[in-house]
Design a binder for this molecule. Structure first.
Ligand code: PMP
Length: 365
């Protein structure tokens, strides 16, 4: 054989798949249905025109970190930015995971936590959520004591279920990670709360981040800020954790264009807050309308998507919706998500199309 073999432990690993189809209504990847405000694009392009493109970007992303810090009410030393929150998660695992260490996830949850864990050679242990997709603090505490994970991932709101964990649960997990998590003989583990959808929920762990607590909260510009194409995410973490992340991330990983966009976007927080309000209102409308459809269970969501379980073959329902020009995400064959479909909240028109397509598809079953 004239070609190299990848690392042995990658052999069983599948890439991340989120199939795209050419349909009218795409409600399958949890993006914002709105383009960013035109005034944002103008201000970003004006800044870009003045960037010295022959020079490397600001390695510490100082202006961006200061702007994010002001936005979240934390000091800039506690902010780290990267190419999407996926790169945040990867950088966390490069620093705190790796061979001989374990990451704990609570399934069903965002597949990339386990996937990036495996890519970084971290052992991945899957705990279970309760029947209503919550994390039981008692069971999680027992598991953390048994597994002694270096990193515990909590996705809240959880993708794909929409479940929001409350403050008591986050604090209980934090206590368990402090007492029983392990990144060394006397060093605790790290609790990572993935809040990619945090703006749509009524609880955020952001304010709990402090320099003496092993807690990291990650966020993204991909959803609320309508900038999925740009790839920008950030986390708020104890300052020493941010210093560790800076040690492992590639130099100049965040382009000048991305940094400038991140700063420019934050000047439009009123517009973005309005959009969050509109999407949350649409989520309520969608949840109610779908809740009236016979043969469908709608799960409570604090995100910009809603998980539903048809009483019949979910994949067949998904296909009938595609036939009607509406693409949602098919989780019907995932472990613990039998028959489930995840619907991203779109514009009112898209949501109407989705409700009709789902109603007709269920009637055909
Ligand atoms: N975390 C969660 C829970 C997500 O659903 C996503 C996007 N699908 C991400 C992180 C990654 O988002 P991005 O890399 O675009 O910031």
């Amino acid at each position: 054989m004239s070609l190299p073999a990848p690392r042995g432990d990658l052999a069983a690993l599948e890439g991340y798949h989120s199939p795209q189809l050419d349909v009218d209504v795409r409600l399958n990847t949890n993006e914002s249905p709105f383009a960013p405000p035109a005034a944002f694009v103008d201000s970003w392009l004006a800044t870009l025109a003045a960037v010295p493109l022959h020079r490397y970007p600001d390695r510490g992303a100082g202006a961006l970190r200061a702007a994010i810090a002001a936005h979240v009410g934390q000091p800039p030393e506690r902010v780290f930015a990267a190419n999407g929150s996926n790169e945040i998660l990867q950088t966390l695992l490069l620093a705190y995971g790796g061979p001989g260490r374990r990451a704990l996830v609570f399934e069903p949850t965002y597949a990339l936590h386990a996937h990036i864990g495996r890519i970084t050679g971290t052992g991945v242990v899957a705990g279970e959520r309760t029947a209503d997709f919550r994390i039981s603090p008692t069971e999680a505490g027992l598991l953390i004591a048994a597994v002694r994970p270096a990193v515990v991932f909590v996705c809240s709101p959880n993708n794909p279920t929409g479940t929001v964990e409350d403050r008591a649960t986050v604090e209980a997990l934090l206590a368990a990670v402090l007492d029983h998590g392990s990144t060394g003989p006397r060093a605790p583990g790290l609790l990572v709360v993935d809040e990619a959808y945090g703006e749509f929920a009524d609880f955020s762990a952001l304010a709990l981040v402090a320099d003496d607590r092993p807690l990291v909260v990650s966020r993204t510009y991909s959803k609320v800020w309508s900038l999925a194409a740009l790839r920008l995410g950030f986390c708020v973490a104890p300052a020493p954790v941010v210093a560790d992340l800076e040690r492992v991330v590639l130099p100049y990983h965040l382009s000048a264009a991305t940094q400038a966009a991140g700063v420019a976007a934050l000047a439009f927080r009123d517009e973005m807050a309005e959009r969050v309000g509109a999407l949350v209102a649409e989520r309520h409308r969608l949840t109610e309308a779908l809740g009236r459809l016979p043969g469908l269970t709608v799960h409570p969501s604090g995100a910009n998507f809603v998980l539903v379980t048809p009483a019949t073959d979910g994949h067949a329902v998904w296909q009938r919706m595609v036939d009607r020009g509406v693409l949602v995400r098919d989780f019907s064959r995932w472990p613990r998500l039998t028959n489930c479909l995840r619907i991203t909240v779109g514009t009112p028109e898209e949501n109407d199309r989705c409700i009709t397509a789902l109603r007709e598809s269920l009637e055909e079953s």
